[in-house]
Design a protein around this ligand. Structure first.
Ligand code: SF4
Length: 240
């Protein structure tokens, strides 16, 4: 199944430890753009755009990663979000993945007809360390959504999420940090999360090693192009 990225707005404010080396800031900084300025993009209405033959440009069944150069729940976008929910409702044939660190804003940001959630929306909460796990995981567990996942990326510490894991969580993703200032990711932390997932019967996916990876006490510098491949090579994904 195809996937695309849809950025209805661009720009973000740093929010927690995981944001320190944010790739949006890195990329924008390299071209002299101010990443902290949150602006609507030309792609705002992309899912409803049609070709000359009047077919939607985004084919039915596509997975749409939404707001990858911002945060869907950032307060600067409050006045635009209702239009985005309308588009998401209209394109019920697409699967929208919403990844956020601002899960605590969820109830302020959902549309009136959300009820138990839209069938075509996955809420993915990012958790980078124990502090954010204890803060965000209970919120994620408390909110109504048809599909919930957790992304521990960049993984910055060992995390004990045992008391929060449950069958409503469709998948835990783990990965290290990229870039020249990347912080260390330790394979033991990854394996610890994996073992918690196995115990709780929650699928686990090791997405990437990051640029600085410790395994068996040894620090490895992993080039960007190998970070996903090295994670795959570990063969530690867990499917229930
Ligand atoms: S929330 Fe995401 S996009 Fe925003 S600053 Fe943090 S890492 Fe960057």
């Amino acid at each position: 199944m195809d996937s695309i990225i849809w950025n209805p707005w661009h720009g973000c404010k740093k929010y927690s430890a995981g944001c320190k080396n944010c790739y949006v800031y890195r990329r924008d900084g390299s071209v002299g753009r101010d990443a902290s300025k949150v602006e609507k993009t030309k792609s705002f209405g992309l899912p409803l755009e049609r070709n000359k033959d009047l077919q939607f440009k985004i084919a039915s069944g596509t997975t749409v990663y939404t707001c990858m150069t911002s945060d869907f729940f950032i307060d600067e976008a409050d006045e635009w979000r209702e239009d985005i929910w309308r588009i998401i409702r209209q394109r019920s044939d697409l699967e929208f993945i919403i990844i956020t660190k601002r899960i605590v804003r969820f109830f302020e940001c959902i549309p009136l007809d959300w009820d138990r959630g839209y069938d075509n929306v996955t809420i993915c909460c990012t958790i980078e360390n124990q502090e954010q796990c204890d803060l965000r995981f209970p919120v994620l567990n408390s909110l109504p959504a048809k599909k919930k996942t957790v992304c521990c990326e960049p993984l910055l510490s060992d995390i004990d999420m045992r008391k929060y894991l449950n069958k409503d969580i469709l998948r835990i993703i783990a990965g290290g940090e990229s870039g020249k200032n990347a912080r260390i990711c330790d394979f033991d932390w990854v394996m610890n999360i994996r073992s918690q997932c196995i115990d709780a019967h929650v699928p686990f996916f090791f997405k990437q090693t990051g640029a600085k990876f410790i395994k068996d006490g040894k620090l490895f510098a992993i080039p960007r192009k190998l970070q996903h491949a090295q994670a795959k090579k570990a063969e530690i994904d867990f499917l229930c």
